[in-house]
Write a protein that binds this ligand. Structure first.
Ligand SMILES: *Cc1c(COP(=O)(O)O)cnc(C)c1O
Length: 315
């Protein structure tokens, strides 16, 4: 049922200059290279989710997110490739520039429906309303929730852990770091590590204004939901570490430190971070990792979103 749409394995590299400057050995998993148009972390989830959509004979895919959602762009690209119609419900507010992910979504032919913040807070209702409309026209709709973060989607990051076993010995890693937006990536990473018997700590950098309890509960529930897929793994609350101090002014709004971080990593290592997720996560990692440690950063992509905020880098 899982589709093979990404270009795997993605490289796992060492950032030599940045490691030396910070006294931390920094490894980076290049999931910004999983594909081109559908690059980033979402494709790993979508290989499962769209596999289920095809299996269920769906011809329309719904998903939702912010105006510059990477998840919406990856879903759109893959749905088009697979012959399904993408319908996006994008939350208004924040920067609304016709570039980056929004431009690609339009180019790829997605139907874009803009919803207010209030409507978005009850997105399931909107999904139901529109699903009825499409079904009346004899379409079959597959609904993907925000970020593709269901238990089935999280399976993609259990597979990523298996993939990394051939690239790194997790027993030598002091911490795995990733951005947390909807929690599916974190859930898959920690479930995968524990399932394979590794005790490596996983640090999730919260890039939203949701609180720790929200993510701990969501991640635990995603992990419990893996049982039907043959993954019965015990992860307790205390193992889930969510760092809240790096979320910046608001979701999708970078701080001046984030902007500096993007400039820094681009100009020292040639690695492009994004202003919504990975800049915040990388900054969080550099702040909490202790000198002498060996850490693994999951680069979850997001480069197109940077183009929508390029004005912040002028001058
Ligand atoms: C969606 C996204 C994340 C967050 O992943 P979740 O599984 O939603 O927590 C991180 N980085 C990028 C670039 C993303 O697009």
């Amino acid at each position: 049922m899982k589709l093979n749409l990404s270009r795997l394995p993605t490289p796992l590299e060492k950032l030599y200059k940045c490691s030396e400057e910070h006294g931390i050995e920094i490894l980076i998993k290049r999931d910004d290279m999983t594909e081109l148009v559908s690059s980033g972390n979402k494709i790993r989830k979508l290989e499962y989710l769209l596999g289920e959509a095809l299996h269920n004979h769906c011809d329309v895919v719904f998903t939702c997110g912010g105006i510059q959602s990477n998840h919406a762009r990856a879903t759109t690209h893959l749905a088009v490739k697979l012959g399904m119609k993408p319908v996006l419900f994008l939350r208004e507010g924040g920067t609304d520039i016709f570039n980056g992910n929004l431009f690609l979504n339009s180019l790829l032919g997605a139907d874009i429906i803009r919803v207010s913040e209030k409507e978005y807070s009850e997105i399931d209702k909107i999904f139901e309303e529109y699903k009825d409309l499409y079904e009346k026209k004899h379409h079959k709709v597959y609904v993907i929730p925000e970020g593709g973060s269901t238990s089935l989607g999280a399976m993609g990051y259990l597979d990523a852990v298996s993939e990394m076993l051939l690239q790194v010995d997790f027993n030598t890693i002091d911490g795995v770091y990733c951005a947390v937006g909807s929690g599916g990536t974190y859930a898959g990473l920690i479930a995968g590590l524990r399932y394979l018997g590794y005790r490596t700590p996983v640090f999730g950098i919260n890039v939203t204004k949701r609180d720790t309890t929200f993510f701990v509960e969501k991640i635990l529930s995603l992990i419990r939901g893996l049982v039907p897929y043959g993954i019965d793994v015990a992860v307790n609350k205390e193992e889930i570490t969510i760092l809240n101090d790096f979320s910046g002014p608001a979701y999708a709004v970078p701080s001046s430190e984030d902007i500096e971080m993007i400039r820094y990593l681009a100009s020292t290592e040639g690695i492009i971070l994004d202003p919504v997720y990975t800049a915040k996560a990388f900054r969080g990692m550099l702040s909490v990792a202790i000198k002498g440690q060996r850490v693994l950063f999951i680069h979850s992509g997001g480069m197109f979103g940077l183009f929508a905020q390029s004005d912040l880098f002028r001058g």
